[in-house]
Every structure is written in structure tokens, then in C-alpha cells.
Design a protein around this ligand. Structure first.
Ligand code: HEC
Length: 144
């Protein structure tokens, strides 16, 4: 009986844990957050793609950042989260080596791969701008 109940408890725990960082971020700002947009500027995505080819492709295949697993884990999350993750951990052999704008360009490239909408506004490498843009929600929410 206990064994059968464990998966549900574990799932609930994971959901609560996953929801926490987003709430902490929302609380840390006093301004009401405008709704996040899922957009990218094509010219910037092209620059991000060349950064990716030059730096990241040494260790990563592009398909890692356009597959279902990547979309599922980033759907609806702010660009800021991925920017910070990459900026503080990548390239793995020298984290933080790139300029902030280069990290924002790579994130823009990933927004494109995730199906964000093309737009003219480029993604600046500052916290507010990065929080205003989010990864697109999944088109089909079954299986989440
Ligand atoms: C020298 C090799 C190397 C380079 C260069 C590199 N990475 Fe990585 N990356 C790794 C390895 C290894 C992992 C798995 C690390 C882990 O799971 O702890 C990883 C994991 C990741 C993850 C997943 C992190 C997570 O916690 O889910 C992302 C996103 C990522 N890399 C993005 C990038 C981007 C973007 C670049 C280029 C700016 C890049 N990486 C450059 C080796 C590299």
C-alpha cells in the first residue's frame, strides 16, 4: 500500500520543488510583471547560431536543443533562467567566458529552435529584458 502511494507523493514533491524558483523570482520584484512574450529576432538568432557553432558545437549537437525533452523542460520558462544556467556553467571547460550578449544571442537561437515567434525586438542581456521573454508553451499539453 505504502509502496503504491510513493510515486504520487514523489511527483507532488517534484512539482512543488520545480515551482519554487519561479515564485521566488516573481516575489523579488515589486513591479507587476508584464506577460512574457515568446519571440525572437531572426538576425540575433543567426548570430547565436554562429556562437553555438563556434563554441558549443565542440561538445553539443544542435538536436539536443530542439528535441521534445528540451522543449518540455523549458516550455513557459523565462529566457533568463536558461541564460543564467548557460552563463554560469557553459562552456563547461571555461564557464562565463563569453560576453553576456553572446549568451543572450545563443538563448535567442534556442528560442527560435523551440518555435518562438519571429519579431523585430532583439533580446538584451539584462535581467528585465530576459525575464520578459519566455520559451513557448507546449502545443500539446498531454503527457506533461
Ligand atoms: C567543453 C565541452 C562543452 C562546451 C564547449 C559546452 N558544453 Fe554545455 N554541457 C557540457 C556537458 C558535459 C554537459 C552536461 C553537464 C551536466 O549534466 O552536468 C553540458 C550541459 C549543458 C546544458 C544542460 C545543463 C543542465 O543542467 O541541464 C546546457 C543548456 C548547455 N550545456 C549549453 C551549452 C551552451 C549553450 C554552450 C555554448 C555556449 C555549451 N553548453 C558549451 C559540455 C560542454
Amino acid at each position: 500500500m505504502n509502496l503504491r502511494r510513493w510515486p504520487a507523493a514523489a511527483t507532488a514533491f517534484l512539482l512543488v520543488t520545480a515551482a519554487r524558483p519561479a515564485r521566488a523570482q516573481a516575489d523579488s520584484t515589486h513591479k507587476p510583471a508584464p506577460p512574457a512574450e515568446s519571440t525572437y529576432a531572426p538576425a540575433q538568432a543567426a548570430r547565436g547560431e554562429s556562437v553555438f557553432r563556434r563554441v558549443c558545437a565542440e561538445c553539443h549537437v544542435q538536436s539536443l536543443f530542439e528535441g521534445a525533452a528540451f522543449r518540455r523542460s523549458w516550455a513557459g520558462r523565462p529566457a533568463y533562467d536558461l541564460f543564467e544556467l548557460i552563463r554560469t556553467t557553459m562552456p563547461q571547460d571555461n564557464p562565463g567566458r563569453l560576453r553576456r550578449q553572446e549568451y543572450a544571442d545563443v538563448v535567442t537561437y534556442f528560442l527560435k529552435l523551440s518555435g518562438a515567434r519571429p519579431d523585430t525586438i532583439e533580446l538584451a542581456a539584462d535581467v528585465d529584458a530576459l525575464r520578459r521573454v519566455s520559451f513557448p508553451p507546449l502545443p500539446d499539453r498531454r503527457g506533461q
